[in-house]
Design a protein. Structure first.
Length: 150
């Protein structure tokens, strides 16, 4: 595997590239399969033919990357939905607050043409937390999500 940010070959599947400090799959300059240099709009590597990424996904302001896990724990999979219940209880209450914040933000944007920073941080934090819990509940990861908006 090669880092998509700096193009250096990686040993194993590290979370952070030891050469450049970026997430190995977050860059757009190098093919993760062969390490050949590409452009940001490249969808297929010209050297090895590997599919790099959809061009529209690279330029959209919201993105999500999910890697297929090699092996999942049978024990945590069995208790997964029970373990997610406390998260969904918290998210229900925070979701109500997020709806109120979005309503207030709508008025703020309407009159000031700016999204208040505190509101943006709260709503985006809620969305991050909800997405982490959803991924955990849908068996996309074994990592238990933190009780956090960050």
């Amino acid at each position: 595997m090669f880092c998509r940010n700096c193009g250096k070959e990686l040993i194993g599947t590290p979370e952070i590239c030891p050469n450049c400090g970026a997430r190995p799959m977050s860059g757009t300059s190098f093919c993760p399969n062969c390490g050949a240099q590409t452009t940001p709009l490249t969808e297929i590597c010209m050297k090895c033919g590997a599919r790099i990424k959809e061009a529209i996904v690279k330029h959209y302001p919201i993105g999500i990357e999910i890697e297929c896990p090699e092996k999942l724990s049978r024990l945590t999979t069995f208790f997964r939905y029970f373990m997610a219940i406390p998260h969904y209880i918290c998210l229900y209450g925070i979701g109500i607050a997020a709806a109120v914040v979005v309503f207030i933000s709508w008025w703020a944007i309407l009159f000031t043409a700016r999204y208040p920073k505190w509101a943006f941080d709260f709503v985006s934090g809620y969305l991050r937390w909800y997405t982490r819990v959803g991924g955990y509940s849908l068996l996309l990861t074994d990592k238990y999500p933190p009780f956090s908006l960050h």
